[in-house]
Design a protein. Structure first.
Length: 350
């Protein structure tokens, strides 16, 4: 059955804060998302169990205690779930997302590392396993991220990250997008990218780069236009991909302030594609629902695993002091602070 706004997921951020103002409510929601048809033990697959007072399950088969966050990207987290839920909403329901620095500031997290790891864990599940490939008329082109540097220009430029984009075309505009980092612009690299992004039999539209004919042979109908021979600007020959390149680069330099590493760039691309392909969604809360559904269906990833080698910029360094547990967004009864007046005697009155 299709999910319903206001019942299966919140309609707005105001409703999100109303629904999930305590951590136990967040945990119950994750439980409902992970086991919609009833509990199933991730260790022994037993479908019988009972709830413990702390809201964890006690498996009747192996007698293990299982939480809804166990074995997911939230496994062993010390950050309150109210913070995780608010971060998820900000990440997918803004056109530009949210940076780790901004998340740390808005959620009053104790360290930048906590915010950075939260966002990258969410990015790690934004590609749905087995998602459909693009089909029909599809534009394909490559571009790169990185500032001007001496050396070879264009597709062979050193010190820059080469990536490719595919964009579905429809009658009036363009539809879904795929972005992927490629090691080079050879036929072998482009073939691997197209195999994962475009359905065989589709019509692939490219420029006159020599690697495209062998990359599309026997799999796609290929239509190419030499930009040099046509005398037209590249953005006129391939308008959809160049619009996407412009939007992605503007987002990287705006929201992320250009502070991205090549090792993590694919994760940022996945985030951008997740939002862009759902840009026509009528319900903003459905993106939140989708992200959390995929979060409880994926395995855990550690901070050490995310700090990969081979980056162009250093990853966040480990914290230099012991990290305290971040404060929950569940503040309890805070009263009406704007109604409290300070008297000349120093006393306060409601």
């Amino acid at each position: 059955m299709p999910s319903t706004a206001g019942q299966d997921y919140p309609r707005s951020y105001a409703q999100l804060r109303s629904w999930f103002n305590e951590d136990w409510k967040c945990l119950d929601y994750l439980d409902w998302l992970r086991w919609p048809n009833g509990f199933a033990c991730p260790h022994c697959s037993c479908e019988r169990g009972w709830r413990a007072p702390d809201l964890r399950w006690r498996c009747a088969g192996c007698d293990r205690r299982v939480s809804a966050t166990a074995g997911t990207i939230l496994h062993g987290t010390r950050t309150p779930l109210t913070v995780w839920f608010a971060a998820a909403w900000h990440l997918v329901n803004s056109k530009v997302g949210i940076s780790a620095t901004q998340l740390q500031r808005e959620m009053e997290l104790g360290s930048y590392q906590t915010a950075w790891a939260m966002l990258h864990r969410y990015r790690s599940v934004m590609v749905r396993p087995g998602r459909d490939r693009l089909r029909g008329d599809v534009e394909v082109d490559e571009s790169y991220l990185g500032g001007p540097e001496p050396g070879i220009p264009g597709r062979g430029a050193l010190g820059k990250v080469l990536f490719a984009a595919t964009v579905e075309l429809d009658e009036h505009s363009f539809g879904r997008v795929r972005l992927g980092i490629i090691p080079d612009a050879s036929a072998e690299s482009l073939t691997a990218f197209l195999d994962g992004a475009v359905e065989p039999g589709s019509r692939v539209i490219t420029d006159g780069w020599s690697s495209y004919p062998p990359a599309t042979r026997d799999h796609y109908e290929h239509h190419n236009t030499s930009i040099a021979a046509s005398g037209l600007p590249a953005h006129v020959v391939l308008p959809a991909t160049h619009r996407v390149f412009s939007l992605v680069k503007r987002w990287v330099m705006g929201t992320l302030q250009g502070s991205v590493s090549s090792a993590h760039l694919q994760g940022y691309f996945d985030e951008w594609v997740f939002r862009f392909n759902r840009r026509h969604s009528r319900s903003r809360g459905l993106q939140f629902h989708t992200l959390l559904s995929q979060a409880v269906g994926a395995g855990p990833i550690t901070y050490r695993e995310m700090r990969l080698a081979g980056r162009t910029r250093p990853a966040p360094s480990p914290p230099t002091r012991a990290r305290s547990r971040p404060a929950s967004l569940d503040l309890g009864d805070v009263g009406l602070p704007w109604r409290r007046l300070v008297l000349s005697s120093g006393r306060t009155t409601p």
